[in-house]
Design a protein around this ligand. Structure first.
Ligand code: NI
Length: 642
């Protein structure tokens, strides 16, 4: 099988995945039968940046396509990390890693459900709750976390929660089977212990969000049609997107989901680099109820499940509206076989209101420009929740990341009249525990080149005195973040705090170094106690900003294997080295998200909640870079001219 020559950052092909699988099986290094091997991760082992840059400059380079694989040797809790070259047909490295757990496996999750359905103690607990038709019990295997239980030792386990549906397609989360969960060995598919904390009445109400149960439906919505009769304004070549002055490559990683590469902006005839790579590095959903059923819930939906593994095939007119271009992605299943997921990434343009405007009061002349943005998006379904990941590119050089949170809340049943200190009542007998959704995005920056530095910029009141007699003065105060420990930072909206990524080797028209600034939202940090198990496993969420020098293997904010990890991995471990982050190849890690105090209006399905951040040019351009956006052709005369 020949492997076609392609861009070094091109997405994996089915042939490459097949070749990697064959190399593993023919390596002679497997110690167990091939049928017991699971492919927990298969992804591109990215080539060195220098090679990618040389390729993009048109230099002749040899592209050695390598894949990184995480093999799970069932049923144990050990993995083997393998790198293979499909160009050369060889194993590049083969490293056994003891006592780590990769992401949970879907095939094993099904075995967990079947094991519980056949388990007498589990069924006895359902009998105590008067559940007759056990086929209507929905079982959700959850990542178990780390709590010092003997069940955790040397095993890959799950804690399984249960819900009662009133039909096969009912919303089970309306009727949690409270007080009951089970420890199950995922590797062996055996029930370890059924925990029953006592019967709580199953909530009485259905929680269907289907139209047939929520009528009459409104009748006053008239069609809204997005029409681009000449097609979209972008071009796509392989995974390379060009739109207006932006260029970027798009891909999908099974853990991180949507990945952007080599984001650049054309200015005066050359593409100026901005971000080498951008992706969600980890996320966590810690729950704030201290009871035995919910205190252990803290899902790392990237590292414990996989945002790319859970990506939806998107639907025209529903997920994306208008003139849509879709990308498929090719992924490996748990047996290492390739599959194509159609339409997993959506690309389109949106009108975004006004870009800029001024009415000259003297002459009466008005100039108005419409803003248009490019949208690259994907949506992952992780159990009960949906996460939409949206990258936006604007004509003024701004790029933005937005997460749209929707889906169904994780619920708990409560006895009538029992007040909840750590959960909101959302329906009779039904509560939703307080929780957070905290994301970390890794931004491998290259503002005008690889060597960057980061300044924290606060707007600060100037002291009263002879220079400030009226007390009105304030000014930005910039502080260079010199080393990793000092670069662990937290938002401060009272000071309009932002972080500026600066290239001190290039200057703009006013003699300042060129820069982009990271503008955070008003975002929480982790509310769990730092000494708690989630506090130690999700330390990345304890600060909003981290800065590290680029290191190839530092990819995931909570470490490569957060599942059942005891904590301390990832950013806290790396940054403890306190390396210099000045005028070098740096990576920004931004943690942000929402604290979700559930509302009745979030039930039974949540209207979208938004969180994210922007990267805004700050002296990167010499003036407003969107002056050359033309007036709308055929628009009303008042858009342009007198
Ligand atoms: Ni939520």
């Amino acid at each position: 099988m020949t492997i076609a020559a392609c861009h070094p950052l091109a997405p994996l092909t089915g042939d490459e995945i097949k070749a990697a699988r064959r190399i593993v099986f023919e390596s002679g290094q497997l110690t167990i039968p091939p049928d017991d091997v699971r492919f927990a991760y298969v992804g591109l082992r990215e080539p060195p940046k220098a090679l990618v840059r040389a390729y993009d400059r048109g230099e002749k380079v040899t592209v050695d396509r390598c894949l990184r694989l995480v093999l799970l040797l069932c049923p144990e809790a050990e993995v083997t990390e393998v790198v293979v070259s499909v160009t050369r047909g060889t194993v590049v490295s083969w490293v056994e890693v003891a006592d780590v757990r990769p992401n949970l496996q879907f095939e094993e999750a099904m075995a967990v459900i079947n094991a519980l359905r056949a388990n007498p103690e589990w069924n006895a607990a359902l009998d105590r709750r008067g559940i007759v038709d056990k086929s209507l019990v929905q079982i959700d295997p959850w990542p178990a976390g780390t709590f010092g239980s003997d069940h955790e030792k040397n095993r890959r386990i799950t804690k399984a929660l249960a819900y009662l549906r009133d039909a096969a397609d009912d919303n089970g989360y309306a009727r949690p089977i409270e007080g009951l969960f089970a420890y199950v060995d995922m590797g062996r598919g055996t029930v370890l212990e059924v925990m029953d904390f006592g019967v709580v009445p199953i909530p009485p109400m259905s929680g269907s969000y289907y139209p047939e149960f929520n009528g009459p439906l409104r009748t006053d919505l008239r069609p809204l049609i997005i029409s681009q009769p000449e097609g979209p304004s972008f071009t796509v070549e392989g995974n390379l997107i060009n739109w207006q002055k932006w260029s970027l490559r798009v891909g999908m990683d099974s853990i991180e989901g949507l990945v952007l590469h080599t984001v650049g902006y054309e200015d005066k005839g050359r593409v100026r680099p901005l971000v080498y790579r951008a992706a969600v590095s980890e996320m966590v959903v810690p729950y704030g109820d201290p009871g035995p059923m919910h205190s252990w819930k803290s899902a790392f939906d990237a590292g414990e499940w996989g945002l790319g593994r859970m990506a939806n095939s998107l639907t025209l007119g529903c997920d994306c509206l208008g003139e849509i271009t879709y990308f498929d992605d090719v992924f490996a299943d748990e047996r290492g076989r390739p599959h194509t997921r159609p339409n997993s990434v959506c690309l389109h343009e949106e009108d975004y209101g006004i870009l800029w405007k001024h009415l000259d009061m003297t002459s009466g002349r008005t100039e108005t420009r419409r803003s248009r943005r490019l949208v690259v998006s994907s949506i992952a379904t992780v159990g009960n929740y949906e996460y939409g990941f949206y990258w936006y590119f604007y004509q003024d050089g701004t790029m933005q990341f937005e997460v749209k949170l929707t889906g169904i809340m994780s619920t708990m049943g409560v006895a009538d009249g029992v007040g909840q200190a750590h959960a909101s009542m959302v329906a009779p007998g039904l509560a939703a525990p307080f929780h957070q959704h905290l994301f970390n995005v890794r931004l491998d920056m290259e503002v005008d080149g690889p060597d960057n530095a980061v300044f924290e910029v606060d707007a600060v009141r100037s002291p009263l005195g002879p220079d400030n007699p009226w007390g009105n003065a304030f000014a930005p105060v910039s502080t260079l973040l010199e080393r990793e420990l000092a670069a662990r930072r937290t938002v401060d909206p009272t000071r309009s705090r932002s972080w500026k990524v600066v290239n001190r080797g290039t200057r703009n028209a006013v003699g300042e170094p060129t820069a982009y600034k990271l503008v955070p939202g008003s975002t929480p940090t982790l509310l769990a106690d730092p000494s708690s198990t989630v506090g130690q496993r999700a330390t990345f969420a304890a600060h909003n900003l981290w800065v590290t020098p680029f290191a190839e293997d530092e990819r995931r904010a909570g470490g490569d294997y957060p599942n059942q990890h005891s904590g301390g991995a990832g950013l806290p471990e790396w940054t403890a080295q306190d390396r210099s982050v000045v005028d070098t190849d740096i990576v920004l890690w931004h943690s942000f998200g929402v604290t979700h105090i559930p509302r009745p209006e979030d039930w039974p399905v949540m209207p979208v909640e938004y969180t994210g951040f922007s990267l805004v040019p700050f002296g990167f351009f010499d003036r407003n870079p969107a002056l050359d956006v033309p007036p709308v052709a055929g628009g009303d005369a008042h858009c342009h001219g007198e």
